[in-house]
Structures are given as structure tokens and as C-alpha cells.
Design a protein around this ligand. Structure first.
Ligand code: TEU
Ligand code: CA
Length: 534
């Protein structure tokens, strides 16, 4: 049994989309001093780390996921001094800082790419994936597609070759087979770790390598052209394992550094293969984001993930991020937020690192954008079939003030009109609010080692309505009972727990310990009930 505490394993990580979190200077765009000013709020909430979506200089074709300088701060977010100040003050609050590294591709405005496309014999030419098709210059080199729509290849008239981009054409993929690229990428980890950054979130890391021979992907059934091929040669190449090990070695040269990889287009099995001792500390499993509001689906995701991870690797759970509709919207959560309390009760008590996405703690809903309001190019491209990812990126709702207290200027993306009723200020003042429930859950989690490191033991359950499990260490047993439905329901604790005595740690529906009769625990509708065995 592990018991030394480790911040990234035992703690809770909170994702911030900097553009939308807090604007300090009225230009309508969130920034670093804005985040620093909210550290008190985050410390009160009780999280252990913040992950900042990219803050490097970027032309913002993909809002920061197109980087034009890896070792600088985008002036719209502040200065390097602002960044150092944020890290220093975050650490004073025991909040760790995780940066998002987007190393699969750069912006087409990155000086490397500007050089690279300038001529075939430029020293940077081989930093990207330039090819031609011997059958004719107007044919792409192979059948690879871009996930953001259309061919993955863009023809460059000047040098009469094509370059590959998995995402937008303004995001050319780097050539990781070039040792100079690889060395430069590794230096980025050291640069930020030396400045005191505690961890990294690796954007689509399993895309870094592409097939050395650029073979066509084999066909398969799918709706979009992107899905009509098996991504055999543009994803998960064997060389990636060596990189994962190299990254880990670099990070192990510093105390308690962390890396979590975003495994792109691969299931939990691939994700599991990239993490563990000598590899990444963690890789995301996004299966929760695809589950309906049904306990059986969540339990299956948990059991599958537990079974795939080796003993020495650690799970994580994500309900929300900046790429997907928010859970409150997905689950059509009633306005009273009781369902969201059950969701939080589960996310924060499973065996694994929970990731929260800012606004989740106050039950923010997606905004709906009209064609003229769309900011995400993905939405512009696929409108009206896919409206893009703006819905979950609206400004954080701080107060009832104009623009939700996010900015004094005009926000880059509109605030959800419900901010008048749903914001941090109001929820702080209401003891029954979702925000205060998150705070209470985070306190209970921190105070009970079984909820951090304990093993996960599922109990008999009613798969349509209820999920119950124990979290257990050698000297502590915590029972978590979650009622996904509106009706009262009973959870069978099983013969071993028939005579157990319990103490209430937290419930959204009661103040005193519930009676457990003959091994049955009765739950109210929408109840999350957390009990400590005496
Ligand atoms: O996301 C990769 C990814 O899985 C998304 O492209 C996803 O398919 C898309 O958002 C549709 O939901 C990462 C980042 O999280 C995303 O914001 C970036 O756009 C992308 O990489 C490119 O860097
Ligand atoms: Ca600003």
C-alpha cells in the first residue's frame, strides 16, 4: 500500500482555460494576473493544482494550441514576471502549477515553420513533415486526413511540396524523427521545470511520431472521411515509448514533477500502456465524458480502467474539459444541482486523480452560440452539424456584475445569461449551493486517506439507479453511496457489513447518520452519502 503523499496522486487538479477565467485589465481576455487574483478562491475550494491551457505566444487559430514560441508568455496573458509571480503565489497556497505543452505541432507563424517553408534547403526544412507524391504534384503524398476537416496535407506553391497537419493547416506537425527537433522539445520541459513548474499536460502526445514511410492508412467504415480509415500509420507509433521514457527521466531529475498525457484517438488500453513507472505519471481516460447519466456505465468505465492499469500506475477521472460540452449540459441537470452533487460525489471519491474544469464547481452550462458568434474555427468549418467548442469556454461566472464579473471590458466570448443566478458570489453565500458542496467534498477527501489512496471495492448495486462502493486502506473504510435517480432506493451492503457502525461524513440530503437496517442503507432521491466505518 502506498502511503507517502504525492500531490498529483492524492490531490485534485483544476483546469483553467486562461482566456476565460479572469480578466485583470479590461481587454476582455482572461490573463495571468487575473488567475493570481483568484488563488485565494482556489485555495478555499481546496484544490491541489491548476493546469493552465496554453499560455505561450499564439496567433490563436486554435486558441493557444498553435504555439509560436515555447519559451515565452503570450503578452495578452501577461509577462514572464507575471508568470513567476503566479507560480510563487500558487506555491504559497500549496497549489501546484501544470502547463500545457503542445509539442505535436507548432503554429504556422512559428519562426521554425516560417524558415522551413521558405526553401527546400533551409536548415529548418526537415523540422516539419514535407513530402511530395511522385505520381504528380497535385496529388497529396498519402491518404492521411486532418481531424479538423479535409486532407491532412497542405500544398505549398513556392516549394512545390506538401506539409502534414493533423489539426488545422495553421498547425503543421513537427518532425520528431529529426534529432534536433527532439532535443529542442526536451529542452522545453527543462526550461519550465527550472522556473518551478510542477507538471505538464502533454497535448496529443501519442501523435508525435508518424510512420517513417508515410504509408496509407487502411480503410474502415466511418461517417467523416477522417473516420473512414484506421489510424494505423499516423498515431501511436512504436517510437513513442522511447520518448515517454526520456520525458520521465528528465522529470525525475527534479523533485515531484508530473506529466499527464492526452492520449488522442486511442482507448483506455493504449492510454494505460503509456503510463506507470519509467513512463508518464498518468494518461487521460476520457470515458466518463461519453457516459450517459447511468451508474452501470460509470461502473464499467471504472472497472475497465482499474483492470487495464498496472499496480504501479494511477487512474484519473475527467467529467469536463475545454473540448467537450459541460457535464451539466450533457446530463441535462435540473437547475437545483442535486444531480451535479451526485456527479461530484462520484468524481471526487473514486480511486484516481480527479480533474475539475473551472466552472464545474458552480454547475456552469454551455452557452449556445449563433453562427456569427462562433469563435472556434472547428465550429466555423462544420456549422451547422458541429457548432465547435465555444459552448464550454464561456467566461467564468464570478458574480452578478456585468459580464459575470469576468471583465470590465467586453468579453471575447459571451457569458452565459444564467450568470445572474448562477455565480461564485451567490453560491458562496448559500450553504446548500453546489460550490459549497464541492468545498465540503474536497475537505472530506483531504481528511480521509481512504478516499485518496484506498482501494476501490464495488458493492452490490442496482445498475439502473444506484452505485455503492468502499474505499479502503489498512485502517480506514469509507462507504460511498450514490443515488442517480429521483426515487428513494436501498443499497445492500452485503453480509460483511451487516453489523458495521457508521458515521456520516457528508450527504446532500441529511445532517445525521442514516440508519442501516439489516445491511440495507436507504438513500433519498439524488443523494450522495459518504460514511466512515467506526
Ligand atoms: O485535443 C485533441 C482532441 O482530441 C480534440 O482535437 C478533439 O478531437 C476536438 O476538440 C473535438 O472535440 C487537443 C486539445 O485539447 C484541443 O483543444 C486542441 O484543439 C487539439 O489538441 C490540437 O492541439
Ligand atoms: Ca486581460
Amino acid at each position: 500500500m502506498q502511503n507517502k503523499t504525492l500531490w498529483w496522486r492524492d490531490g485534485v487538479i483544476y483546469q483553467i482555460y486562461p482566456r476565460s477565467f479572469a480578466d485583470s485589465n479590461g481587454d476582455g481576455i482572461g490573463d495571468l494576473p487575473g488567475i493570481t487574483a483568484k488563488l485565494e478562491y482556489l485555495a478555499d475550494l481546496g484544490i491541489d493544482a491548476i493546469w493552465l491551457s496554453p499560455i505561450n505566444p499564439s496567433p490563436d487559430v486554435d486558441f493557444g494550441y498553435d504555439v509560436s514560441d515555447y519559451k515565452a508568455i503570450d503578452p495578452k496573458y501577461g509577462t514572464m514576471a507575471d508568470f513567476d509571480d503566479l507560480v510563487k503565489k500558487a506555491h504559497q497556497h500549496n497549489i501546484h502549477v501544470i502547463l500545457d505543452l503542445v509539442l505535436n505541432h507548432t503554429s504556422d507563424q512559428h519562426p521554425w515553420f516560417i524558415q522551413s517553408r521558405s526553401s527546400r534547403d533551409n536548415p529548418y526544412r526537415d523540422w516539419y513533415l514535407w513530402r511530395e507524391n511522385p505520381k504528380g504534384k497535385h496529388l497529396p503524398p498519402n491518404n492521411w486526413q486532418s481531424i479538423f476537416g479535409g486532407k491532412g496535407w497542405e500544398y505549398d506553391e513556392k516549394t512545390e511540396q506538401w506539409y502534414f497537419h493533423m489539426f488545422y493547416k495553421q498547425q503543421p506537425d513537427l518532425n520528431w524523427r529529426n534529432p534536433a527537433v527532439r532535443a529542442e522539445m526536451m529542452s522545453i520541459f527543462r526550461f519550465w521545470a527550472d522556473r518551478g513548474v510542477d507538471g505538464f499536460r502533454l497535448d496529443v502526445f501519442n501523435e508525435y511520431y508518424k510512420d517513417a514511410e508515410f504509408r496509407d492508412n487502411p480503410p474502415k467504415w466511418g461517417i467523416r472521411p477522417f473516420d473512414q480509415q484506421k489510424h494505423m500509420h499516423d498515431t501511436d507509433q512504436p517510437e513513442m515509448m522511447g520518448i515517454v521514457e526520456e520525458i520521465r527521466k528528465i522529470l525525475d531529475g527534479y523533485p515531484e514533477r508530473y506529466a499527464v498525457g492526452e492520449t488522442f484517438m486511442s482507448g483506455a488500453d493504449k492510454a494505460a500502456a503509456y503510463c506507470g513507472p519509467g513512463k508518464l505519471h498518468a494518461t487521460f481516460n476520457f470515458s466518463f465524458m461519453h457516459n450517459f447519466w447511468n451508474p452501470a456505465g460509470f461502473l464499467k468505465s471504472v472497472l475497465d480502467w482499474e483492470a487495464l492499469l498496472t499496480e504501479d500506475s494511477w487512474p484519473n477521472y475527467v467529467m469536463n474539459n475545454h473540448d467537450n460540452p459541460r457535464s451539466a449540459t450533457r446530463y441535462r441537470a435540473p437547475e437545483n444541482d442535486e444531480r451535479l452533487k451526485v456527479a461530484a460525489g462520484m468524481l471526487l471519491t473514486l480511486r484516481g486523480t480527479p480533474f475539475l474544469y473551472s466552472g464545474e464547481e458552480i454547475g456552469m452550462r454551455d452557452i449556445s452560440v449563433s453562427r456569427s458568434e462562433i469563435q472556434d474555427p472547428l465550429g466555423l468549418h462544420y456549422w451547422p452539424f458541429n457548432k465547435g467548442r465555444d459552448g464550454c469556454r464561456s467566461p467564468m461566472q464570478w458574480s452578478t456584475a456585468r459580464y459575470a464579473g469576468f471583465t470590465n471590458g467586453k468579453p471575447w466570448l459571451k457569458a452565459h445569461p444564467n450568470f445572474i443566478k448562477r455565480n461564485v458570489e451567490l453560491q458562496k453565500a448559500d450553504p446548500k449551493s453546489l460550490l459549497n458542496f464541492y468545498c465540503a467534498l474536497l475537505r472530506v477527501r483531504r481528511a480521509n486517506p481512504a478516499l485518496q489512496q484506498g482501494m476501490f471495492v464495488p458493492l452490490t448495486y442496482n445498475p439502473q439507479q444506484i452505485l455503492g462502493y468502499l474505499r479502503q486502506t489498512a485502517d480506514q473504510t469509507v462507504l460511498v453511496a450514490l443515488n442517480f435517480g429521483k426515487r428513494k432506493v436501498k443499497l445492500a451492503l452485503g453480509p460483511r457489513l451487516n453489523d458495521a457502525n457508521w458515521e456520516l461524513l457528508l450527504s446532500n440530503k441529511r445532517e445525521t447518520t442514516p440508519k442501516v437496517e439489516r445491511g440495507w442503507l436507504q438513500l433519498m432521491g439524488d443523494e450522495v452519502c459518504i460514511l466512515l466505518q467506526k
